[in-house]
Design a protein around this ligand. Structure first.
Ligand code: ADP
Ligand code: MG
Ligand code: ZN
Length: 482
């Protein structure tokens, strides 16, 4: 049962793990890439062999700073790496190198515009740099297979304050963060490949209460929809327990997407003592002026600013602007099309959001079969009356099929809309003359028979007559001689 009609408020804090788009891993020279055969991209360092020494990849530091800069974090000139110990097959060293007491970035915030028009600011606690673990998969016969290609891949963990108040807000926050790291080139943000994933901490409390309730932590969330559903489920589970006088156990739970429920992952007796201590093999991370400069070089306009600008300059609705700015490449595409046909941004927006995105994924439009200038030309041909909406769709299909630019398609297929009123009148008169029975019905008071005449004229002109003109002419001609 949903929480909507119950006296509870949901409280959510998210820990987002975001893989950094470096060429190499965090502490060794192995490639940082996805999709290789298991254990290909490994070396003694990321395999955790005794006696090897980690060396920090400066590119990872710069990408972390770039994110921190865009999110308004306070940069810490000196930060410390630590060892976080736990035993798991995909963690060969027996510890993960992360930042603990002194992370590189503190504070910061993400500003949200919610679907209901409200805005919200979600504060960040911190962002720290750490290495990813490998990946276990559970094979046949109870065997566990370990792939260490991911071991040592650089991550930033972005920790929010417990300031989100609904699953919708949590998803809006994640989407905003996802767009920001992608705009910045900090991460490819690929959720299916695990480049962008999160743990959700969920608690509930009575509306008006100021202290926090006991939380559970949800793992295994790898889609926006999974985040939404798991938080709603978990908040409902908390409410059911509390309403039956039972207590919430603080624990880690796993979201089972297929079953649509969470379940306890490990018992309390296995609760972790990570035995953090400073990493003795790495010096303190002391930032240089060059690091700080590199973090701010070529910073793009960020999604929120771009959205606001599109609304102000082109008059788009906030909703359309949000769709168009979700991906940087899509916003670039839209703006290139508007530059080619500045008279009608709204028309271009409609074609992009309803027709183009229905056929081409947002991150592929730039390299897709319909370049922005061609889409702009198509809208221009509608605006100047050359194409009707229906003909424009036919041209668009031909563009998707690779038949070239709109003008070439219009010529090759003879699709030019007939707007010559003499030609349209000739067609209308011929249809009226050829259908005396329908004419008699119309004149006898069956007004809906007009639709028949419109259809016949469109058919006679191969769909090319301007529908507005056909309607107006038929009104006149059918009334003649009444
Ligand atoms: P841990 O390191 O054990 O995961 P933290 O105190 O660092 O714990 O908190 C991790 C996340 O949990 C943060 O995003 C924080 O905002 C969130 N959080 C902490 N307490 C609560 C709570 N009572 N309800 C919801 N979220 C919470
Ligand atoms: Mg945690
Ligand atoms: Zn390596």
């Amino acid at each position: 049962m949903s929480l909507d009609d119950r006296p509870w408020e949901t409280v959510i804090g998210l820990e987002v793990h975001c893989q950094l788009a470096t060429a190499e891993k965090l502490f060794c020279g192995c490639p940082n890439r996805f999709g290789q055969p298991p254990n290909r991209d490994t070396c003694p360092i990321c395999l955790g062999m005794p006696g090897v020494l980690p060396v920090l990849n400066p590119h990872a530091v710069r990408l972390a700073l770039r994110a921190g800069h865009a999110l308004g974090c306070v940069v810490q000139p000196r930060s410390i790496f630590a060892r976080k110990h736990y035993f798991y097959p995909d963690l060969p060293k027996g510890y993960q190198i992360t930042q603990y007491e002194q992370p590189i970035l503190l504070g910061g915030a993400v500003d949200l515009e919610l679907d209901d028009g409200r805005s919200a600011r979600i504060n960040l606690t911190r962002i720290h740099i750490e290495e990813d673990a490998g990946k276990s998969s559970h094979g046949e016969g109870g065997a566990t297979l370990v792939d260490l290609n991911r071991a040592g891949v650089p991550l930033i963990e972005i920790v929010s304050e417990p300031e989100m108040r609904s699953a919708d807000e949590a998803v809006a926050y994640l989407r905003a963060l996802h767009a920001i790291v992608r705009y910045l080139g900090v991460s490819d943000g690929n959720m299916e490949e695990g480049s962008f994933r999160c743990d959700a901490n969920v608690s509930i409390r009575r509306a008006g209460e100021t202290t926090l309730g006991t939380r559970t932590e949800l793992k295994n969330l790898n889609s926006f929809r999974g985040v939404q559903r798991s938080i709603e489920y978990e908040a409902g589970r908390h409410a059911d327990l509390l309403e039956h006088g039972r207590a919430i156990v603080q624990e880690t739970r796993l979201w089972d997407d297929a079953a649509g429920r969470t379940r306890a992952m490990r018992g309390k007796e296995e609760a972790h003592d990570y035995r953090y201590f400073p990493e003795p093999d790495l010096p303190a991370l002391v930032l240089t002026a060059a690091d700080e400069v590199a973090a701010t070089v070529d910073l793009p306009e960020l999604p929120a600013a771009r959205r606001a600008r599109l609304v102000a300059v082109t008059g788009l609705s906030a909703y359309d602007a949000a769709v168009l700015t979700a991906e940087r490449a899509l916003a670039d595409y839209f703006e290139a099309a508007v530059a080619a046909h500045p008279a009608n941004p709204k028309g271009i927006s409609n074609w992009v959001t309803s027709e183009l995105l229905a056929r081409v994924p947002a991150d592929a439009v730039a390299a897709g079969p319909v370049p922005p200038v061609a889409l702009a030309r198509l809208v221009g041909l509608i605006d100047d009356g050359t194409l009707s909406g229906r003909l424009a769709k036919e041209v668009f299909e031909a563009m998707l099929a690779g038949e070239g630019d709109p003008d070439a398609i219009v010529e090759a297929r003879g699709l030019r809309q007939v707007t010559d009123s003499d030609a349209i009148e000739v067609a209308c008169r011929a249809v009226i003359a050829g259908n005396p029975a329908q004419l008699a019905q119309f004149r006898g008071g069956k007004a809906q028979v007009k639709g028949f005449f419109v259809g016949q004229v469109m058919r006679a002109t191969g769909g090319k007559a301007n529908p507005g003109q056909v309607n107006a002419l038929l009104d006149r001609l059918l009334a003649e001689g009444e």
